[in-house]
Structures are given as structure tokens and as C-alpha cells.
Design a protein around this ligand. Structure first.
Ligand SMILES: Nc1ncnc2c1ncn2[C@@H]1O[C@H](COP(=O)(O)OP(=O)(O)OP(=O)(O)O)[C@@H](O)[C@H]1O
Ligand SMILES: [Mg+2]
Length: 317
């Protein structure tokens, strides 16, 4: 088994606040986890969960109160490590009056490249993120999706082994999100390790080998999206068609779209429900299991955290 790409151990970040900075707010509490080499890892959590704090700690932009982390075996305090890491900040800003090619050429100057190599690298990156035809247009005329792709190109310009992206899909429409997803999948195909934060669960579910769920500064679960969720069946869903009126009581709990109905029943009541519906003249179209989703897992954690927060506020009064 190769060494993990990112190893985080007991990482903690406290911010002082209040009068004379005497109080402390813990933004990240004892985070320990690993991102395996070659994986796409999704770091998911609601607003204020500690995602950007973790990423900024990994990038050495802020310093931990406690704990440590290693990327590709090197401690995050090692400046050399940055040669192998690409980073997309949460809200990247690029000067509006430059073109995409000029911005990328500027960033390429930070790396040891000849002018010819630089041009070649910028051309390849523009192609990779689908901006080659827009290369000479100033960024002020770009859409949000295009700007995000400039940010991605900037992050992967120096061909890093590990790419860390803070909310790469934020503010994008479904087309823009799809484009970013495709770029991430392409990075995986090239053998890169990608860690990205998001609060869009469907993106994490479709894209990631593993996800970590963080709420209130604490890691609440980590694993493949399917294994994180309690796989128990929530019940059975019957999809049926009913063309003539009926007064079967079950119908009152079904959702109707035209002549099509959707009804959820507990597993043990399935056959009884089908019999009743058939007796009423319904045509059964399908029966499927309803499983807990990542969204439900996530929402339960967030709701429990909010309830706990509210309880603390009440007891402090
Ligand atoms: N410089 C700072 N000083 C004080 N508190 C901070 C600072 N930076 C972040 N925090 C607090 O730390 C917590 C975690 O913030 P963080 O930005 O990591 O959240 P996030 O998960 O990235 O959220 P979002 O989805 O909104 O980007 C928040 O409560 C935030 O207010
Ligand atoms: Mg953030």
C-alpha cells in the first residue's frame, strides 16, 4: 500500500475573540484523516464547518494551534512541498483587465520555466480547461464558470501531484459544475490526488472515491460515499398507474403526477399494499427500495449540531 497523499493528525485551530482576546473559538477540533494517493476526496460540510480552515492550514496560509499534517510525506511547514501541490482558493481574484493567457503566463513565472516552456504550458492548460478560444479575451468579460476554469488552470499549471480545491463548484450552474467535475475526473485519470471541499452533496457523491463529513469543526464520518450512509432500507416505493377513480385509503398517502402515483410503504406492508392497489384497478409500474442517501446522513448531523448549539446558548444565558 503506497503512503497516503495527505495525512492529517489531530489538527486543531482556535481563534481568539472577545475582550482582550481572552475567549477562544475552535474552528477545527482534533481533525485526523488521510487522503489516499490517486483518490478524489470530497470534504463536505455546511457553512462555517471548518473546510476552508483545514485547507488553509494544509496550504500553510494559517498555522495550527495543535496537531500536524503531511502532504506526500513532507510536513506542511516545509515550503518545498508546494512544488507538488496545486491550490484553488475559495474566492480567487484575478485582475480583470488581463486575458486568461496573460494571467496564466504570470503564474507560470513563479516556476522554473523557460519562455518557450511557459508558453507551451499555458497553451496546454488553456486547452485542458476548455478556454483556448477565449484566451485573448479579458477576464472582465468571462462568465463565473470561465473564471473558475482559469482558477483551475492556475492550480494545475505546474503539474502538481496533489490538487486542493476550495469550493470549485460554488456559484456555478449545472453546466459549469459538470465542466469542473470533468476536469477533476481528468486529473484523476492523469494520476493526481484531488481533495476538494463542497456543500453540494450530489457532486461529492458522483465524483469522490471517499468523502469526509465535517460539521462544527469536527469530522463526523469518513469513507466511500456508499459506506458512510447507513445502508438500511427506509421502505419500499411503489410506482403505479390508476386511470379510474377509487377510494382505497392508501391513495391519500400517495403523491400523484397525472395518472401516475408514487407510494412509500414499510417493507412488511408491501404485498398487502400491492393487493389493495391491484384490487382498485391500479397497474403496478415498479417497486423499488428506498435507501438512506448521503443527504439524509448529512442533514441529520447538521440538525443534531444545531440542536446542540441551541442548547449551549440557552444554558449560557
Ligand atoms: N480569521 C478568523 N478569525 C476568527 N474566526 C474565523 C476566522 N476564519 C474562520 N473563522 C471561523 O471558523 C469557522 C470555520 O470557518 P471556515 O471558513 O473554515 O468554514 P467553511 O467550512 O469553509 O464554510 P463555508 O462553507 O462558509 O466556506 C467559522 O465559524 C468562521 O467564522
Ligand atoms: Mg469555506
Amino acid at each position: 500500500m503506497p503512503d497516503p497523499a495527505i495525512e492529517i493528525e489531530n489538527l486543531t485551530k482556535e481563534y481568539p475573540f472577545g475582550f482582550l482576546h481572552l475567549k477562544k473559538r475552535t474552528s477545527l477540533e482534533g481533525l485526523s484523516m488521510q487522503v489516499e494517493m490517486g483518490d478524489v476526496f470530497g470534504f463536505i460540510g455546511p457553512n462555517g464547518a471548518g473546510k476552508s480552515t483545514t485547507i488553509k492550514l494544509l496550504m500553510g496560509l494559517i498555522f495550527p494551534t495543535a496537531g500536524s499534517a503531511r502532504i506526500l510525506g513532507k510536513p506542511i511547514s516545509d515550503v518545498e512541498m508546494h512544488r507538488d501541490i496545486g491550490y484553488l482558493p475559495e474566492q480567487p481574484y484575478f485582475y480583470d483587465y488581463l486575458t486568461a493567457a496573460e494571467v496564466l503566463d504570470y503564474f507560470a513565472r513563479f516556476h522554473d520555466l523557460t519562455a518557450a516552456d511557459r508558453k507551451d504550458r499555458v497553451d496546454r492548460m488553456l486547452k485542458k480547461v476548455g478556454l483556448e478560444t477565449a484566451r485573448k479575451i479579458q477576464l472582465r468579460k468571462y462568465s463565473k464558470g470561465m473564471l473558475q476554469r482559469v482558477g483551475l488552470a492556475q492550480a494545475i499549471l505546474h503539474d502538481p501531484k496533489v490538487v486542493i480545491l476550495d469550493e470549485p463548484m460554488s456559484g456555478l450552474d449545472p453546466v459549469g459544475r459538470r465542466e469542473v467535475r470533468d476536469i477533476i475526473l481528468e486529473l484523476k485519470k492523469d494520476g493526481k490526488t484531488v481533495m476538494f471541499s463542497t456543500h453540494i452533496l450530489s457532486d461529492a457523491e458522483t465524483l469522490c472515491d471517499r468523502v469526509g463529513v465535517i460539521v462544527g469543526g469536527k469530522l463526523r464520518g469518513v469513507g466511500a460515499p456508499g459506506t458512510l450512509v447507513d445502508m438500511k432500507t427506509l421502505g419500499m416505493e411503489i410506482l403505479f398507474e390508476l386511470t379510474k377513480p377509487s377510494n382505497v385509503p392508501l391513495l391519500s398517502s400517495a403523491t400523484r403526477t397525472g395518472e401516475c402515483y408514487r407510494l412509500q410503504v414499510p417493507e412488511q406492508e408491501l404485498y398487502g399494499a400491492i393487493e389493495q392497489l391491484r384490487g382498485a384497478g391500479a397497474r403496478i409500474l415498479s417497486v423499488s427500495q428506498v435507501k438512506a442517501t448521503l443527504e439524509e446522513f448529512f442533514m441529520n448531523l447538521v440538525e443534531a449540531d444545531r440542536a446542540q448549539g441551541a442548547a449551549v446558548e440557552v444554558s449560557e444565558q
